[in-house]
Structures are given as structure tokens and as C-alpha cells.
Design a protein around this ligand. Sequence first.
Ligand SMILES: [Zn+2]
Length: 363
Amino acid sequence: MDQKLQEEEEEELDEKQLLEKQRYQKIQKEIQESQDRSNETLQKMKLTFQTINDVQEQARSTVDNIDNFQKTFSITMDQLLENIGKSLISNSISSSEHNPKTAIELTINEAKQLITKNTVILCGSGLSKASDIPTSKEQNGVWLYGDCNYQLSKLKTRDFLLDQTEIYWEWHKQFKQQTQDKIPNAGHIAIKNFKEKNKDALIVNLSIDNLLVSLFESEQIKYGYNKQVYEINGNIKYMRCLYECTFQEAELMTVYDIPDLLQQEIPKCPICGAKGRPHLLLLDEEILDENCRITEIQELYQRYDTIIVIGTTLQTHFAKTLVCEFIKKKATIIEINPEPVIEVGNTFWLIGKSEDILPELLD
Ligand SMILES: [Zn+2]
């Protein structure tokens, strides 16, 4: 009996041990699995960290690239602005190392295809040459009066007007008389006809001689403005008050009649009796909105894609800035001049006289 009991006990013990062993093995297996999972997780984390590092590296390199791009872009823009700046103080808008010459000569028929309904016409005193009005270039920039040679660049200033008023008005009277019996030429008439057919065309006149505007005479508005032609430098036909009191009278047309001058007197303001001044932009003056509607022009020309530049050597800041704007926006520039001055940009030359070219080009 005892023997049997003992056997049973031993059996029971074996069974317990076996169970114990199995449990131990199971735990071991679980630990192993858990370790494996941990390793796997660690491995994944390592990969993730690696990826994060890579991304960080890429981000750094992207930032570097943006920096480099910004630097390059800024250098390019600086160069462009520097070149345009140089153009503004030189005699022409010329090519340089950074801006190679891109202007090419076209035939009138080829140029005709480039004209759109959004065209600006910028014309200077060269347009009136065929009407026998000399340009200041032809006069070598000098006006001869008595025994004296007056530099036109000094004479056409406010300083000169105030210092030597009589001499100034003498020049003004002579220039006015030079234009008196002259008539518009084929170039003026072609521009007038073009504007009639293309109501949106923007006509900007740098010339002060009144010939082009005389074709539009019935469209006169206040201050001696012409509704259809922007006369940026004013008009020889008008005067106003030296102290600008005439601008207070909205409807006043400051017509320049010369009774005062014919009596060798300095013209007076018809309102306050102070000295009169010409309705011209003097070379040492800022452009004022009241004088030439500059804001209106600046707002308008943004939407134009073509400019025809006629008979001007772009000596004034306004004219150069306007052409530079068209170069910057890569718009079409057609230059009509015996000796063209715009060498860069999307520029096409028609070399010759405006009175020969314009009737065919604008027909
Ligand atoms: Zn006045």
C-alpha cells in the first residue's frame, strides 16, 4: 500500500515538474518573443530616426537652395536695376556686358504685325522736323540771342526764368513764333488717324509745339489739356500763374495770347496779376499731376503691351523711365528714328523719317 502511495506521489511530482517545465518553457518563449518584438521595434525606431535625419538633411539642403536662389535672384535683379539705372543717366538705353544688344531692324510690313490695340505712342520733337520746327539737337542745344549763346539746358529751367525773366520770355516768344505758321506733317496726321480708329491707343507727346494737338483741337479740356493727347512737357500755347493760382479755377484755360509780349512786357497772371509762367515742364522741376496728368498715364500704361517710340532721343527722365518699364515687362518696343537709341529689350527698329514710315505703319 505504502509502495503504491509512494509511486503515486512520485508520479504526481513528475507531472508537476513537467507542468512546471512546460510553464517555464512557455514563459521563456514569451520572453524570447517579447525580446524579438523589442528588437524589431528598436530596429524600426532606428530606421525612423535615420529617416528623420535624412528629412532634416534634405530640409537643410532645401533651405540652402532657397537661400542660394534668393541670392542669385537678388543679384540678377540688382544687375538689371543697375543697368536700367545706368541707362537712365546715359544718352541712350544701350546694351552692356549683362544686357547684350537685342534690338533688330524690321521692315514696315513686319512691324505692322506687332501693333496691337493696346499700343502706346510716345513721340518727341523729331516728329515735327518735317514741319520745319528745329529740334534742340539740331540747334546743338544752343539759342543765339544778340551776342550771346544760351545753353537750352540752362535756359529751360525755373532758376533761369526767375533770374533772367525777360530773356526767358524772349526765347519763348521766338519759339512760339517759329511754330506759328507751321502745319502738321504726314506723321502727325497718321497718329491722329490711328487714334481715331483705335480709341484705346495712348498718345503721349513730349513735344511742346502744339502741332499734333492742333489736329484734336475740339477735344480741349481744363488747364489747356487735350483729352486725347497727354502732353507731358506742356504746350507752348499756354501760360499760367507763377504761383499757380490759375489752378484754383477749374475751367480756366490758360491760353497764351501775346499782347503783353508784343508790347515787350512779361505776361501777367489774369487772376492775381502776378508774373505768368509758361505752361511747360521746366528741366529743374518735378512733374506735377496738375500739369500733365502723370498719375493717369502711370495707371493707364500698365495694361499696354506695345510702345511705338518716335523721334525722341529719350533725354528726359520721364521718357526713359517709361521705356524702361516696357523693357522690364518684356513688352514690344518699336522705335522709329534716323539713329535709334534703344538697344536692349524686345526692341524693333524702323530706321528712317517718321513722316515716311508712320502713314504706312499705322494705316
Ligand atoms: Zn495768379
